[in-house]
Write a protein that binds this ligand. Structure first.
Ligand code: ADP
Ligand code: MG
Length: 470
């Protein structure tokens, strides 16, 4: 019985909070892992927290899976739990009892996950041949928020989806991580299948294509492989930068590419850089990549980040007031994936604490993230931020390498170091791998002159400055 002097306790606060926490964790892994891995290892798990949230018991179907999950995923799971909950939670793995039906709460969690990330293919297979299109039906045009950053890519993709095989073939989409390239590809696939349910569509990550080539070799099924690829109406191939140095794969891809274009099938590709920026990919392939339409996706601007947050919150059944969305969007600037991560934290936090989403709540939920941004600006910090932003290694800030893809971010970092810290030119040169002060001066002058005329650069610098200032 409840003590009559105390307010009645909600039926089961800890189990609700547990569900939300576990769900947030699973959700995050769904983003991080390839679909197949997620479906095989993570999706079937069920979890239960101890009352004080110091431990979580994860049940796994059999011994083999248990060992594998412990080895492969335990580390990431406990990181995520720590990140989401704010305190470390000890993980106990155990074998699921054979007969026992899954607990009520667990079933609900799994149902939620199913709903949130319907990775299973609705359009998929023509059954007999086991043909799977690998399209994620939850990634469509409807839930891809449009903004200046993706307008052109989105329009081109929409055109291709509605009138394939004609203009913009191949369509080459490039941009940094987490900006919506993969989403856009799936959207093309879903839209085409909506118009023509019998179309033969395939979404494939470049790494998977590489491993398919290898398998076809080992199993001597090359003819089948060819037949299969060459018969597609739409090939969506993601992250083609992974073809680097894979000669045999590049050759096969080249063949498939030619065959598909000849029969007016459409090809959509993504990459982290524009075609000429690709390294270790044969010139003839690179020039093919660039022969249709090449479009960039940029990091989303503030208004777009706000719109994305509001839309995503709504799709998770929560309301995010505009002022809160602005607060978050101002503080999380790099890409949409991080924006989603922040939103997830806020929603989880609001559920655990049974409080409405407000700026104060967002501030609490994102405490770690915000405190990192408020630290003092150091040259090291600038180097790291700029390297992250342009997707190069921090080590390249000190290295002697000179390709433009590296030299330019380095010059930008030098410029920012001069602008945002008290360091002298020689001191900055020293911190950039012992470079001469004249090199730093040259970089500072060049970037500050260019930012007057290049609006893209100016925008990027603006984002970097805001990020660094916090
Ligand atoms: P990329 O392939 O460029 O690394 P993804 O397509 O995986 O990025 O996008 C990362 C996450 O952000 C996905 O969950 C995606 O749905 C979401 N996302 C990206 N851009 C948008 C957008 N414009 N509107 C809504 N969601 C977006
Ligand atoms: Mg991607």
């Amino acid at each position: 019985m409840n003590d009559p002097l105390l307010p009645p306790r909600p039926t089961s606060p800890s189990s609700d909070a547990g569900e939300a926490l576990w769900q947030a964790c699973v959700d995050q892994l769904a983003q991080e892992l390839p679909e197949q891995q997620f479906n095989t290892w993570i999706r079937p798990l069920s979890a239960k927290f101890s009352d004080d949230f110091s431990r979580i018991q994860i049940e796994v179907a059999n011994r083999f899976k248990l060992d594998w999950i412990r080895a492969q995923y335990a580390g990431r799971l406990s990181e995520l739990l720590l990140q989401l909950y704010g305190q470390s939670i000890h993980i106990d793995f155990s074998l699921a009892p054979k007969e026992a039906p899954p607990r009520q709460s667990v079933t609900r969690i799994l149902a939620d996950v199913e709903e949130l990330s319907p990775v299973v293919n609705a359009h998929s297979d023509g059954g007999i041949q086991g043909f799977k299109n690998r399209i994620n039906t939850s990634l469509c045009f409807d839930n891809l928020v449009e903004g200046t950053a993706n307008r052109m890519a989105r329009a081109a993709a929409m055109h291709v989806a509605n009138v394939p095989g004609q203009l913009y073939n191949p369509l080459f989409i490039y941009g940094g991580v987490g900006l919506g390239k993969t989403h856009l590809m799936h959207a093309v696939g879903n839209q085409l299948l909506l118009n023509r349910p019998d179309a033969k569509v395939l979404y494939i990550h470049a790494e998977q294509f590489v491993s398919d080539v290898v398998k076809a070799y080992q199993r001597k099924t090359f003819d089948e492989f060819k037949q299969y690829y060459h018969s597609l109406d739409l090939l969506l191939i993601d992250d083609v930068q992974f073809f680097a140095n894979k000669d045999r794969t590049q050759e096969e891809f080249f063949n498939a590419f030619e065959a598909l274009l000849t029969k007016k099938s459409h090809i959509v590709m993504t990459s982290d850089t524009y075609p000429k920026g690709l390294t270790d990919i044969h010139e003839r392939l690179v020039s093919r990549f660039d022969s249709g339409l090449t479009v960039a996706i940029e990091p989303p601007e503030l208004e777009m980040r706000v719109a994305i947050l509001i839309a995503k919150a709504r799709s998770e059944g929560a309301e995010m007031p505009e002022e809160v969305a602005f607060f978050v969007a101002k503080n999380v600037r790099s890409n949409v994936r991080e924006l989603e991560g922040a939103l997830r934290k806020i929603l989880a936090y609001s559920r655990f604490n049974q409080k409405d989403v407000s700026i104060q709540l967002a501030r609490d939920a994102l405490r770690d993230l915000l405190s990192i941004q408020n630290r003092q600006i150091s040259v090291e910090n600038i180097q790291k931020t700029v390297a992250d932003y342009y997707k190069i290694k921090v080590a390249d800030m000190y290295s002697k390498k000179r390709p433009a893809s590296i030299a330019r971010p380095r010059q930008i970092a030098m410029y920012l170091a001069k602008e945002l810290t008290q360091k002298s030119l020689p001191e900055i040169g020293e911190l950039f791998g012992g470079r001469d002060h004249t090199t730093v001066l040259h970089a500072v002058r060049k970037i500050s002159a260019e930012r007057q005329t290049l609006s893209d650069l100016n925008q990027q610098l603006h984002v970097l400055e805001q990020t660094l200032k916090g």
